[in-house]
Design a protein around this ligand. Structure first.
Ligand SMILES: Nc1ncnc2c1ncn2[C@@H]1O[C@H](COP(=O)(O)OP(=O)(O)OP(=O)(O)O)[C@@H](O)[C@H]1O
Length: 252
């Protein structure tokens, strides 16, 4: 399913956060990069209908989010894991996802089965009888993902999902996101270039509320082709190319 932005602008009480964004993504995992304050969370919030564009149009599939009916229909297709979320520590893992399925509109009799499917998707099915407080940070993050998958959404939006996780937990979450992206549209905002490089088919870069790059990970890495001093610098090609892109924008 495709998500499309057409000349979208958004401001917080006069403070411009997105300006004339025309961008789209669909099928597989798309990364969204940008420095602090570039507008990533704002863009994600528009996709998941937490905010409404001041001008321009956002579409999720055929649903136009500028209309009430469009937003209602799109919500059934959307799963969201925000940067910070809270879970009830005494609740069981399985009940947490069953409840999320119900909140997302799954028929009550189907909720337990929906929870089993979502917990299998994130690799937590063996922990379903445990209380949430018994989970590690990485497992809690995966539980948040299961809660967002409970109604089997076509589009999954993740805001900085690996922040605060140790390398092993990050790898496990990454593996899960990769599999989830095989049959869904996933939008992943992150500061961690390594996550984007390993997970994403395509990447968009935001700077000052505008999309300044849209292409594949290989195309972004290719931006430094022929720049000898950058090719020799430390870090992966992708990291060096991203850094050079942001530095160049800072000069203009
Ligand atoms: N609730 C708000 N009220 C006023 N201004 C806001 C609000 N939320 C964000 N902004 C401003 O909008 C701009 C974009 O913020 P946004 O959070 O979308 O960026 P971001 O790329 O997600 O940043 P970060 O990487 O730090 O999370 C920034 O200038 C920010 O200060």
């Amino acid at each position: 399913m495709r998500v499309r932005f057409d000349e979208v602008s958004f401001a917080y009480r006069g403070r411009r956060a997105l300006r004339d964004v025309t961008w789209g993504f669909g099928g597989g995992v798309t990364g969204l990069l940008g420095s602090n304050g570039a507008g990533k969370t704002t863009l994600l919030s528009l996709v998941v209908t937490l905010l409404r564009a001041d001008s321009g149009r956002v579409h999720v599939g055929d649903h136009d989010l500028s209309t009430g009916a469009g937003r209602r229909q799109a919500r059934r297709l959307l799963g969201f894991v925000p940067q910070r979320f809270s879970l009830a520590p005494e609740m069981r893992v399985g009940d947490t996802v069953t409840y999320s399925a119900w909140v997302h509109g799954v028929a009550e009799r189907d909720c337990p089965q929906a929870a089993v499917r979502a917990l299998e998707e994130v690799g937590l099915i063996d922990r379903r009888a445990d209380p949430v407080r018994a989970l590690s940070g990485g497992q809690r993050q995966r539980l948040g993902l299961a809660a967002a998958l409970a109604h089997d959404p076509a589009v999954v939006v993740l805001d900085e999902p690996t922040v605060g996780l140790d390398p092993g937990q990050r790898l496990r979450l990454r593996e899960r996101v990769k599999v989830i992206g095989q049959r869904r549209t996933v939008l992943l905002a992150s500061h961690l270039l390594e996550d984007i490089e390993h997970l994403c088919d395509r990447v968009g870069v935001l700077a000052g509320g505008a999309v300044v790059f849209d292409g594949t990970v290989a195309e972004l890495s290719g931006l430094i082709d022929g720049a000898a001093e950058l090719e020799a610098a430390p870090g992966s090609r992708f990291e060096r190319a991203y850094d050079a892109l942001i530095a160049k924008l800072g000069e203009t």
